[in-house]
Design a binder for this molecule. Structure first.
Ligand code: SAM
Length: 208
């Protein structure tokens, strides 16, 4: 960890005791394919966004073990809001449901087991915030639907925005790069890219 990251992390505390447990699971679970979580800085930022916007309805695409889910849900507990989170791996769905239960957030989060690209057609908007962190190939494909589902002045966040300059394989980095280009070119959105974690693109919807 470099000195800046070390300094930032020295201020960061976990909002829920299940969060460090999930980081341990990321290292210890070997029989399920686990992708990295958003990490501490992005988790804290997501929680901040929920609180700043008094979000009531949040949609998360790509739950994994529920790390980002719990950051968001802990903040939604304060605002009185609810989170729908979608995961297509049934084993992750089961572990995550248990993690959310352990975190005492079952009444805040509904985890849906399913393909995010299909579930998105079944959920009803509007959402205050949508977090896109599912299959990278789905980012550009699902963008239009995310724009339709988020309210005016609502927020769409996509994780792993810096995959291309970080040198991740093209299979993952190219669709994310495509997504980045699209959101910055789309005049219905106002976007920025923040270099925290693997990078996040934050977009707000300007129109109804
Ligand atoms: C990077 S991980 C999510 C990490 C999580 N947001 C966190 O920070 O704790 C991506 C997850 O998306 C899931 N995923 C990939 N494609 C999906 C799809 N089409 N529908 C639902 N989930 C999907 C993967 O199984 C994986 O668990």
């Amino acid at each position: 960890m470099n000195k800046v990251a070390e300094y930032i992390n020295s201020f960061m505390t976990f909002d829920n005791p299940q969060l460090p447990e999930i980081l341990k699971q990321e290292q210890t679970i070997k029989d399920i394919h686990i992708e990295p979580s958003v990490g501490l800085e992005v988790g804290k930022f997501l929680s901040l966004l929920v609180r700043m916007t008094n979000a009531q309805r949040v949609l998360e695409l790509g739950t994994c073990l529920g790390y980002s889910t719990i950051w968001i849900a802990e903040a939604l507990r304060q605002t009185g809001g609810k989170l729908i989170s979608v995961e297509h791996n049934v084993n992750l769905y089961k572990v995550t449901s248990q993690n959310i239960n352990e975190a005492g957030l079952s009444d805040v989060v509904e985890v849906i087991w399913g393909d995010a690209s299909k579930v998105i057609d079944q959920v009803e908007g509007p959402f205050d915030i949508i977090l896109q962190d599912s299959g990278k190939h789905l980012y550009p494909v699902m963008l239009e639907k995310c724009i339709n589902l988020v309210r005016k002045n609502g927020i769409i966040i996509a994780d792993d925005a810096l995959f291309k300059p970080m040198g991740f394989p093209e299979e993952y980095s190219e669709p994310v790069h495509d997504y980045n280009k699209r959101v910055f070119e789309d005049n219905r959105l106002y976007s920025t890219l923040l270099p925290i974690g693997h990078g996040i693109v934050v977009s707000t919807k300007l129109c109804d």
